[in-house]
Design a binder for this molecule. Structure first.
Ligand code: Q9C
Ligand code: ZN
Length: 343
């Protein structure tokens, strides 16, 4: 299996996120991608290539232009205001504040407008890193367009919490959504996205919620008790033309392979009957038993079986790296999915 990877991910290295009332070191750190890349090389699963540059156009098919401009210019504006530390928002438009009113001109007001939490710092190199992460995903997608059955986009930063015009949850550009739209723009009739990250893929759900040409299935910690809290319930089935094409599997804290794989089997049945032209996997391995921010109990051999069950669908499959914070283990776990898939 081809892996696409760029060293540019290192340019995004947040100092801290706000956790339990304290600024703490970011869980989403550069060594995550290093660990996965080292395992890809050690297991010799295939060639590793640099991304090509597909420009901003495929990103703008998914993300709002003003949001993209904000991300591109935010750090320079912040530095011009005399700051050198990371940018984190602290004010957000809740209900009955005007979230769709005039966008503030002040940088801090824009930050709260375009972000939904205090865990995704913008740093000096964030723009280049998130741009390259999207190009990593698009290069892997292009490999499948050219006829390959599968590819692995070793994206960092991850993407599935990012919506059309907001960042959050360590995510800035929604890499899985960008490649899904690319498949459709190149002639695919239907694309399925299976999100196996521990957290609900709220951004991806939002982007395709009213559409029948994308089926979204997500297996995740129940939002009643788990981040991102405000989306991901089982009754969210899509709207308008998209009704019936969104499937959420919220599972309780403590879920192990038995409960998790039952949800996977149901999601795979729905994907099979949808008969998509391509399958995009939002591959988070923060479902691991020792993940520091998560509460599922999957073990390393389970990821091999996960890959086997995804392979049984017999679809062209693009793996997009998302979360996973037990840094020593995420290389083994992510690559186990790929090796299970390849059989
Ligand atoms: N106490 C992804 O996995 N909340 N994002 C962490 C820690 C944010 C996860 C709270 C989790 C975001 C791509
Ligand atoms: Zn996650």
């Amino acid at each position: 299996m081809l892996t696409v990877y760029s060293d540019d991910h290192r340019l995004h290295f947040g100092q801290s996120e706000l956790v339990d009332g304290k600024l703490q070191p970011c869980f989403e750190m550069p060594s995550r991608a290093d660990t996965v890349l080292a395992r890809v090389r050690q297991q010799e699963i295939g060639e590793v290539i640099e991304p090509k540059d597909f420009g901003l156009e495929p990103i703008l098919r998914v993300h709002d232009g003003a949001y993209v401009e904000f991300l591109k210019g935010a750090w320079d504006r912040w530095a011009a205001e005399g700051h050198s530390c990371d940018m984190l928002p602290s004010t957000f438009p809740a209900r009955r504040l005007r979230r769709d009113g005039p966008i503030p001109t002040a940088l801090h007001g824009q930050l709260g407008h375009y972000c939904f939490d205090t865990e995704a710092p913008i740093t000096a190199g964030t723009w280049q890193a998130v741009y390259s992460s999207a190009q990593v995903a698009l290069t892997a997608q292009d490999h499948i367009r050219q006829g390959a059955n599968t590819a692995f986009a070793l994206c960092r930063p991850p993407g599935h919490h990012a919506g059309s015009d907001f960042m959050g949850g360590y995510c800035f550009f929604n890499n899985a959504a960008i490649v899904t739209q690319a498949f459709l723009d190149q002639g695919a009739k239907r694309v399925a996205i299976l999100d196996v990250d521990y957290h609900h893929g709220n951004g991806t759900q939002e982007l395709f919620y009213d559409r029948a040409d994308v089926l979204f299935a997500s297996i995740h910690g129940d939002p009643l008790v788990e981040y991102p809290y405000y989306l991901g319930h089982a009754d969210e089935r899509g709207e308008g033309a998209g009704t019936g094409f969104n499937h959420n599997y919220p599972l309780p804290h403590g879920t192990g392979w038995a409960g998790w794989s039952a949800a996977l089997d149901d999601a795979c049945r729905k994907i099979a009957s949808y008969a998509p032209d391509a399958l995009v996997i939002s591959l988070g391995v923060d479902t691991y038993k020792d993940d520091p921010i998560s509460k599922f109990k999957l073990d390393s051999p389970d990821y091999l079986v996960m890959g086997q069950r995804i392979a049984a669908l017999g679809l062209p499959t693009l793996f997009i790296m998302e979360g996973g914070y037990a840094v020593e283990a995420i290389g083994v776990n992510a690559v186990n999915v790929l090796q299970g898939y390849e059989g």
